[in-house]
Every structure is written in structure tokens, then in C-alpha cells.
Design a protein around this ligand. Structure first.
Ligand code: ATP
Length: 441
């Protein structure tokens, strides 16, 4: 059983990880802001993804396309026509539901009568320029993928890429979801981490399998418990009409199994549509084989917010230490928002404070490190445990004589004394190797 969502929501608020958006005005339905600790966590998730799919491969390029696009894009992609949810309203309490979420013909909240179903396009409409007329309508992108498709030839030609190769992008997407909820799991504004991988038709199935395996392992490598992760193949009636195959990577969230990432074999649907609607030939020409074709596309499409939430939930631990509850976020080091905290045992001793500040300043040049003297040492440790800081360094009275400080491990709570001048190298080594702090044997 994973932790209840309420505990995660309250920890997130208490420790500056995630706040309700525009809270002082009562918020706006299911919109969240990442606080000082959360922004580091989410950046680390996105960096881990980028490192794995762009830097560590030689067949990928990055891209950062705009959110607003020529509206014909959405005609070509099919979003204008079919990116809709059928919904019903309750005539009595006015609550709105997805038809899929209703059992029977009455309102699940008050038992009232429901309206006829209506189609609801999930794209946010807006206007470009000063005149709000039909000619100036466009949309906030509901996925980042289309920015990649329309740049396929730019990237392929300018970067002199041969197929197979892929393009990766991280960016905001917007969907006017009817039933958002479960904290940051489903929101109207969210960030996606998407790959479009272009292959020769006929090689697509093999490549699809490789991406499924690679993406599944990415979550495991970053610390998700294997029992909390599974693959779910889409049934044929779930598949979009153009998709040859689709599988979801699902995580066992507190509300049950739910999608973290979808990996689809989209065939040549997208590039063919954009060729037809733009009148531009988006074929790939294989010089060596004198072969011309529209590539097939494998699309691993993940959500940065959902992944961040899953890493948070999976890292959550409650322990009993000396009869007291200890909450720990046991992140892998690369995801930990703060890598090291330097804490003076006595904040009224200028020599101790100065030494601690100087250690923190030195560490800060290498990674995210903080100095904190705002509470007693016990409380400071607890605070750092709750945000997942793997290493705490404490400067005490003895440090003034022996020029050593204590390094404490978040998970084992083991402590070792390390010469102050060697602390940076020691922590860097521990961070790189996911090492526990251990007393020298
Ligand atoms: P769902 O079935 O949960 O609505 P989807 O199948 O529509 O998701 P995709 O279009 O495949 O989602 O988007 C790819 C990824 O983007 C999802 O796996 C998810 O991680 C993320 N995502 C999609 N919609 C949202 C949302 N409303 N809030 C947060 N993340 C989202």
C-alpha cells in the first residue's frame, strides 16, 4: 500500500514543495505551484529525463517549440475535430462530469437529473493580436508533440540526421480537463516530456519494443519500486484510429493504478497529415538507398508533473526513531532537491557559524547546498529528512579544535567525522555513487 495522498499534499505544503496556486484568492481549480523545494525536484526529474534521452544517446536531438502554433496545426493533427470528451451537467447541483465517470443516469453527487451529453473540446482557445475574431483564433497546445512534427524536416536537414533518429522536447501543455484532481496528477496546465522517434516503416515494431523497455527501466533506475510499476497494453478499442500499438507505463498511485507515460506506435499518421495540410513534402530521402518515404513514428510521451508526483510518493517513508515518528523522502541522490545542508550546532558561536557558512559556500559552487541555523539540531535534521536531503554536515565545538565536521546520512542516520577540507570531495563522491555514509572500518 502506498501513502495516502492527503499526507503527501500536506507534506508538500509544509515543506515548500507544492503550493495551491493563487491561494490568497481561494485558488483556481486544481492548479498548483512548485515552491522552492518542489522546483528543484521537478527540475531534477526533467534533467534526468533529458540526460537519459538526449545526452546519453547519439540518435537524438532536443527542441523547444512555442506553445502557440498556426491553428492549421490542430486541424491537421485531428485535435480540433476529435480532442473532445463527452460530458453531462447536473441540472440541480450544476456539477459537471465526464460521461465515462458516470454509472447510471443520475448525478453521483446529489442524485439530480443530468443534461444530455455534449462534446467538449479540451483545447484552450485564445486570440492572437488585438482583434478577437474568427481569423485570429488559436489554441494553447494540448501536447508538445505537434511542435516536433512541424519541425521534423528542419531538424533532420539542419542537423544532417539519418533515419532512425528522434527529437525530444520538454514543455507546457494545456487541457481544459473536465474532472481534474488527485493533486498534480491531472491538472489543466502541465508539463510534458515527449519524444518523437522517426524510423523506416517495417522497423517500427522492433523499435517500439525497445522504447517501451527503455522508458520502463528509466523509472526503475531512478528508484521507483518495481512492484509499483507496470505496463498496460491498450485494448484495440482504446487505440486511436491511426495508432498501431500503445502501452501505458502505470504507477500505483494512492488512488490506484494510473498512467505515468504512454508509448505509441503512430505509424505515418502525423507527418502524412501535416504534409497534406501544409502542401509541403515531409518525406525523408535516403540518399544511399535512393529510397523516399514518410517515416513511421514511435512516441514515448511522459508527464513531468506525474513523474514528479510518483517519485515523491514512492520516496515517502515513515519510521519510528526513539519512539518518535520520522518522515523521510528517500530520493535517489540525483533527484534530491537539496544535496547537502550545513548546520551549526550552536548559532551563537561566531566561529562555528563562520566555519559552517564557509563550508556551505564551498559546496554551493558544486551543487545545491544550504546553510540553516533556524532551529535546534534535532529539528533541522528532521526538516532535511522530510525534503530528502541525503547528507547533513554539522559543525560543533570540537570542530574548532580538530578541524573536522560530522557528516550524517539521511537513510541510515549513521555519522562520520571528516576533515573539513575534505568534505566537498567526500560528499561529491557519495552523491555520485549513491553511497551511504559509513564509519571508517
Ligand atoms: P489521461 O488518460 O490520464 O488523460 P492521456 O492518455 O490523455 O492521459 P497523453 O495524451 O498520452 O495522456 O499525454 C502523455 C502524458 O502527459 C500522460 O501520460 C501524462 O503523464 C501527461 N498528462 C496528460 N494529461 C495530463 C494532465 N491533465 N495533467 C497532468 N499530466 C498530464
Amino acid at each position: 500500500m502506498t501513502v495516502e495522498m492527503d499526507k503527501i499534499v500536506s507534506l508538500c505544503k509544509r515543506r515548500g514543495i507544492i503550493f495551491q496556486n493563487s491561494e490568497i484568492y481561494g485558488g483556481i481549480g486544481n492548479t498548483w505551484d512548485y515552491g522552492p523545494i518542489g522546483v528543484e525536484l521537478k527540475r531534477n526529474v526533467k534533467d534526468a529525463w533529458w540526460k537519459s534521452v538526449v545526452y546519453e544517446r547519439d540518435d537524438m536531438e532536443g527542441l523547444d517549440a512555442a506553445i502557440l502554433m498556426n491553428p492549421t496545426t490542430w486541424e491537421a493533427s485531428g485535435h480540433l475535430e476529435s480532442f473532445t470528451d463527452p460530458l453531462v451537467d447536473c441540472k440541480k447541483c450544476k456539477h459537471r462530469f465526464k460521461l465515462d465517470d458516470i454509472n447510471g443516469d443520475r448525478c453521483p453527487d446529489c442524485g439530480g437529473e443530468l443534461t444530455e451529453e455534449r462534446s467538449f473540446n479540451l483545447m484552450f482557445k485564445t486570440f492572437v493580436g488585438p482583434v478577437e475574431d474568427n481569423a485570429s483564433v488559436t489554441y494553447l497546445r494540448p501536447e508538445t508533440a505537434q511542435g516536433i512534427f512541424v519541425n521534423f524536416l528542419n531538424v533532420q536537414k539542419m542537423m544532417r540526421r539519418k533515419i532512425p533518429f528522434g527529437i525530444a522536447q520538454i514543455g507546457k501543455s494545456f487541457r481544459n480537463e473536465i474532472t481534474p484532481g488527485n493533486f498534480t496528477f491531472r491538472t489543466r496546465e502541465f508539463e510534458q516530456m515527449e519524444i518523437e522517434y522517426f524510423v523506416k516503416p517495417g522497423t517500427d515494431e522492433e523499435c517500439y519494443k525497445r522504447w517501451v523497455e527503455e522508458r520502463f527501466n528509466w523509472y526503475l533506475d531512478l528508484g521507483i519500486n518495481k512492484e509499483h510499476l507496470r505496463l498496460r497494453d491498450h485494448e484495440s478499442n482504446e487505440l486511436a484510429h491511426y495508432a498501431k500499438a500503445c502501452v501505458d507505463v502505470e504507477y500505483l498511485f494512492p488512488m490506484g493504478w494510473a498512467e505515468l507515460e504512454g508509448i505509441a506506435n503512430r505509424g505515418d499518421f502525423d507527418l502524412r497529415q501535416h504534409s497534406e495540410h501544409s502542401g509541403k513534402d515531409l518525406c525523408y530521402f535516403d540518399e544511399a538507398a535512393k529510397d523516399k518515404y514518410i517515416p513511421y513514428v514511435i512516441e514515448p510521451s511522459a508527464g513531468a508533473d506525474r513523474a514528479t508526483l510518483a517519485f515523491l510518493i514512492d520516496a515517502y517513508r515513515e519510521e519510528k526513531v526513539k519512539k518518535e515518528k520520522r518522515v523521510v523522502l528517500a530520493f535517489k541522490n540525483c533527484l534530491a532537491p537539496i544535496k547537502a545542508a550545513v548546520l551549526p550546532l550552536l548559532r551563537n558561536r561566531p566561529d562555528i557559524v563562520e566555519t559552517a557558512r564557509s563550508i556551505a559556500g564551498d559546496l554551493r559552487r558544486e551543487f545545491k547546498a544550504v546553510y540553516d541555523d533556524t532551529a535546534s539540531i534535532g529539528r533541522l535534521y528532521r526538516r532535511q529528512d522530510e525534503i530528502g536531503t541525503p547528507y547533513c554536515i554539522t559543525v560543533d565545538v570540537q570542530s574548532m579544535d580538530d578541524h573536522q565536521a560530522t557528516v550524517r546520512d539521511r537513510d541510515s542516520m549513521q555519522q562520520v567525522r571528516i576533515p573539513i577540507e575534505g568534505i566537498k570531495a567526500y560528499i561529491k563522491d557519495c552523491l555520485a555513487q549513491e553511497k551511504l555514509v559509513e564509519p571508517a572500518s
